[in-house]
Ligand binder design. Structure first.
Ligand code: UDP
Length: 372
């Protein structure tokens, strides 16, 4: 089977730092190839992941374009999608697995009856975009999957009608042997600084409940400390940082370290007594959640979005729907066995588990399209 996987024009695969979708594509492709699937990766020129073939329109990731006015951003995705369509027109692709928000689905639906069938993985919070998907018609050839059951439960009916189920996110950390890291005892919040991820609540809790907290991640998807001075003050993530998080960051009890990558990220998370997710949105897939488990760190958070599906209450983490209880749960998490967290990640969130689930979905999509 030859599958074209479209990772979009924003960041290289794998990404250098932040990049949830690009990370998952980078986790999936080597496993699919091990299972005998030939993979054509549509991405940007500086992607380094090995694939059977790579196509790209842009030499580098176009993420910075997202900071430009909307009318300048508009052309980026269609130009990339045109390159993808030209490749599909060569006629040797058996299935297209697309990861580009909304535009990818529209492209697949527009391809017509002689195109290969398509599967789109939905990575985002569908409640935020009901209008984008409300009238979607896959014409029997295009299907979608979610990254959690909760995410799909919020999808517009038109989209749910084309769903072939959900596949939880995976992490290569669940397959690699982990070295034993001594717990430094701090609590970590790993993720973009944005209202939905609740870093303000985490910071206030650290002061009131008395634990040391490290906030790791950019402000919004891309702002590091050095860029914040020039950032658009009306950007909602920048405002959230300035008005609700920064006042609680004292560099001692609460520290912000910006984006952390590679071994530094893994050591930070592995050494933490808990990974905290004080969510205010329905986290759709939670890569950072499964990474924390794989690094032997229990998850404490608000029981919403994908968290209740990923966390075994009391064994791999502690969830509550009451924000006031979080401080107590952070303390109680010290009793959770890191070995249980790690074992759960190996069993449920390894790349091999994810790839075989996708292979099943590919077969289902292909037989459904062939039956037309
Ligand atoms: N990430 C990282 N360094 C950071 C912050 C985040 O490497 O400082 C990674 C994190 O480990 C995860 C991804 O970025 O792999 C974020 O994906 P997730 O699904 O958790 O959140 P999203 O931002 O996609 O909502």
């Amino acid at each position: 089977m030859k599958v074209l996987i479209n990772a979009g024009p924003w960041l290289p695969v794998p990404p250098l730092g932040y990049g949830g979708i690009e990370n998952i594509v980078a986790t999936l492709i080597p496993e699919l190839r091990r299972l005998g699937v030939q993979v054509v990766l549509a991405s940007v020129g500086d992607s380094t992941l090995a694939a059977d073939e790579r196509i790209s329109l842009y030499p580098t990731g176009q993420f910075a374009a997202l900071q430009r006015p909307y009318n300048q951003v508009c052309g980026v995705v269609p130009a990339h999608q045109n390159a993808v369509v030209r490749r599909i027109a060569q006629g040797d692709i058996d299935l297209v697995h697309d990861h580009v928000e909304a535009a990818g689905l529209a492209t697949l639906a527009a391809l017509g009856p002689y195109s290969p069938p398509g599967l789109q993985t939905l990575h985002w919070d569908l409640q935020k975009h009901p209008d984008l998907y409300g009238t979607f018609d896959g014409r029997g050839r295009v299907y979608v999957n979610g990254v959690s059951a909760d995410q799909l439960s919020h999808a517009p009916a038109a989209l749910r009608a084309h769903s072939v189920g959900h596949v939880h996110l995976a992490t290569p950390l669940a397959a690699a042997p982990q070295r034993t890291v001594e717990k430094h005892g701090r609590v970590v919040v790993l993720g973009r600084i944005t209202p939905g991820k609740g870093q303000d609540l985490a910071a206030r809790l650290a002061h009131s409940a008395g634990f040391d907290l490290v906030l790791a991640g950019p402000v919004g998807p891309y702002h590091q400390a050095a860029q914040l001075a020039d950032a658009d003050p009306q950007n909602p993530d920048v405002r959230f940082w300035r008005e609700q998080v920064a006042p609680h960051v004292d560099g001692d009890r609460v520290r912000w370290i910006g984006t952390v990558t590679g071994q530094d990220r893994d050591d930070l998370v592995a050494g933490a007594s808990a990974a905290l997710f004080p969510l205010r949105w329905n986290e759709p897939g939670g890569t950072a959640v499964v990474e924390s488990l794989a690094l032997g760190t229990p998850v404490v958070g608000i029981a919403r979005g994908c968290l209740p599906e990923l966390i075994d209450q009391g064994r791999t983490g502690l969830l509550t729907s009451d924000e006031d209880e979080l401080g107590e749960l952070v303390r109680a998490a010290a009793a959770i066995d890191p070995g249980e967290c790690r074992a759960e990640a190996v069993r449920r969130f390894s790349p091999a588990v994810m790839a075989s689930s996708y292979l099943e979905l590919y077969e289902r999509v292909r037989s459904a399209a062939a039956a037309l």
